[in-house]
Design a protein around this ligand. Sequence first.
Ligand code: SF4
Length: 424
Amino acid sequence: MAKLEYDEDGRLLFTEEMKEEYTILAPQMAPYHFDYLIYAMRSEGYKAELLTNDDYELIHEGMKYSHNDICVPAMLVIGQFIDAIKKTEHDVHKVALVIAQTGGGCRASNYIQILRKALKKARLEFVPVISVNPSGFEKNPGFEITPRLFHKLHDALLFGDTMMTLTHQIRPYEKEEGATERLKAEIDKEVEAYFQHRFPLTWGKSIRLCMSIIERFKSIGVEKTPRPKVGIVGEIYVKYSPLGNNRLEQTLEKEGVEVVIPPLYDFFLYSFDSRALDIKRYGGPRRERWILKFLVAYIEFWRENIRKKIRKSGFEAPISYKKLRSLSDGFIDVGTHIGEGWLLAAEMVDLIEHGAPNIVCTQPFGCLPNHIVGKGMLKKLKSHYPQSNIVPIDYDTSASKINQLNRITLMITNAFRNFESGRG
Ligand code: SF4
């Protein structure tokens, strides 16, 4: 059994020995992407597992082991971890947890400390927690983002965004019910096999797989009965996580609309770009700024190849990061990047200008930054785009789901009314 080792600050480390023996549990945040991220990690020798527990006990564990003033995403992730450890079939002394740290100014950067505190309270302080972050803090001898793993994670995000974009444009219109889900299951297996490669870089291979995914979506039989489009924006966790937003995507599709969710990769580009902008405005290492700028350009180059193919195949592709950034002009300064910052406002403008004026703006209860850059932008957006039909929804572990549903249904009723009269 691996020996527990601590760094000079008393932080429990994830050691090389643990890499062999321990199962790393990851919270589910974005269903189109996180399976692929896990495949990427497994292919690099980590025993990684994505958590699927999502019942009430989890919320209870989150509330029990974290302060009731903490952000809802933190409470849910902590609850999901503790609930999973208590129910795991693995030896609890052989599990580790992985969590992302944004490194930004928001409380999300501190989730890891809150999680460790919660583990201590639950008498699970022997469980190591691994931080995945772009800033290089909290290093662990048994976990390293090598260039190959980095590139695999990049591929996982490209595949996930492609799958999400195409699924939303096909599933509501499929002639044969379940055809999209069956294709998705097939593609998931291919993506898992793809990650077994040992190359440090795989430019051609990953793009070819994306192209083949697009071609196969094109071959699904559809009946295009026009329907309103509804976008989902908001704080990153409640925007993508079915646990955080009470399965909003499913709810909307059941109501007969086409769902549009902006790509997850935009959030990462926004984070890199925001740091680069901070260095430019307030000073800092110039080398870091150039690396970040190169990274954004590099990722965009590959995304543009995929967007072109999506457009050529008759689908609607997301807009480029540069264009998205420019959409915030006149609404909010690009220096505003606490929480989802200007990205949230720009995504709403993009949706409205590209045929989805109906929007659910998801906010965790008590999330101050996103109330400012989300709800706080609605008046200005409405005066600029009178056809916009935006409903802000607060997500809270103790909030009434019926209340949320009522507000969403009202927005959908307006969406259908506007759509039928040609106004949206
Ligand atoms: S963005 Fe909101 S929910 Fe996320 S850490 Fe910041 S305050 Fe909490």
